[in-house]
Design a protein around this ligand. Structure first.
Ligand SMILES: [Zn+2]
Length: 346
């Protein structure tokens, strides 16, 4: 059983004060058990548990859960939530609010319409419109947080559906949908299966990130970059020690979206001691720090920064420079990045 280090509360509080960016956060895995219960009640959805204590192990990783599939299993219960446009709107507002309260100034939320439509068979357009309406509503209450969205192609879905996801994404690109991701069972579905779709996305100047090097090795990262034209990699932790791929990533300025707690919980790395974060910093691998699924993992981005400071003794200055890396890696036009850079330099 892996024990997870807990950074001191005052350090988490200190990290909360730093202006931050999260580039890798799944909308579907961001809700805490408390919010899940409240929203289910409000929208008359029956869950397999009625109290926080009963619900928590069904939607949040416990110490018994050790693998990526254990982690993915939590999404079976979460799927019950996506019943209609209205609750998707509420979920989006709630997730943006939580990021705002953690002093996140720029948030890229990703979501998989195929997963969200799985239980209630909701129409893909209703899902996307629900998310965008949620974004619109939160602009009034939380004007200081800028949000963009990434559509996820689910690896288990057929190629035809992957193409449909790209079409959908491009249809809504004027509404802050900025890119395409590939996620799901990496072990059984390597990125080359989808290269045609991602090459087309790249030709349409759609931003591309791909989950790779999480369950498979460095070769999957190389394929994601060279064949699928990813400019960012979800996790990528398994490239550590492969100098050829590390050089490729560094030379091409491909940013890794590292999510420390998630990386240990999914078994992408075996233990906290074995996480390659310090090696990546030493090797100057382009890097960003993110949460992945803060609700499922039971963390915040401030928690992740506190952990890096407490467990790996990474200086606060370095952490702040990682926030600037996130500006650089953001799926935004250059002028928007410049605005963010100024905000982060204040
Ligand atoms: Zn992810």
């Amino acid at each position: 059983m892996i024990s997870h280090p807990t950074p001191p509360l005052d350090l988490i509080e200190e990290m909360k004060q730093i202006r931050k960016i999260d580039l890798h956060r799944h909308l579907e895995g961001s809700l805490l058990p408390e919010a899940i219960l409240t929203l289910a009640k409000k929208h008359h959805i029956t869950l397999p548990a009625n109290s926080i204590d009963e619900l928590r192990p069904l939607v949040q990783v416990t110490e018994q859960d050790q693998t990526l599939l254990d982690f993915i299993k939590k999404f079976d219960v979460l799927a019950l939530l996506f019943k209609n446009k209205k609750i998707i709107q509420d979920i989006t507002c709630q997730v943006i609010q939580e990021a705002y309260e953690d002093h996140i100034y720029y948030l890229e939320l990703r979501f998989a319409p195929t997963y969200m439509s799985g239980y209630w068979q909701l129409n893909y357009h209703d899902i996307i419109e629900g998310v965008l309406e949620g974004q619109e509503l939160s602009k009034k209450d939380f004007p200081n947080i800028l949000t963009r969205f990434i559509i996820i192609v689910n690896r288990e879905a057929p190629l035809k559906t992957a193409k449909e996801m790209l079409r959908l994404g491009l249809t809504y690109r004027k509404n802050d949908i900025v890119g395409l991701d590939l996620a799901g069972d990496e072990q059984n579905y390597p990125p080359e299966i989808f290269q045609e779709v991602f090459q087309e996305a790249a030709q349409s100047n759609f931003f591309i990130t791909i989950h790779a090097g999480e369950a498979r090795g460095a070769e999957a990262v190389q394929t994601a970059v060279e064949k699928c034209r990813a400019v960012r990699i979800g996790h990528g932790v398994r490239i550590a020690g492969n100098s050829q791929i590390e050089t490729l990533i560094r030379d091409k300025k491909i940013y890794l979206e590292v999510c420390p707690t998630s990386n240990v919980q999914t078994g992408a790395v075996r233990s906290w001691e074995k996480h390659p974060i310090l090696h990546f910093l030493e090797e100057k691998i382009p890097l960003t720090i993110n949460t992945d699924d803060p609700g499922v993992s039971g963390i915040t981005l401030s928690h992740e920064y506190a952990l890096l400071s407490d467990f790996y003794k990474i200086p606060v200055k370095t952490l702040q420079s990682l926030c600037l890396s996130s500006v650089q890696a953001a799926f935004l036009p250059e002028q928007e990045k410049e605005k963010l850079k100024k905000l982060f330099a204040e």
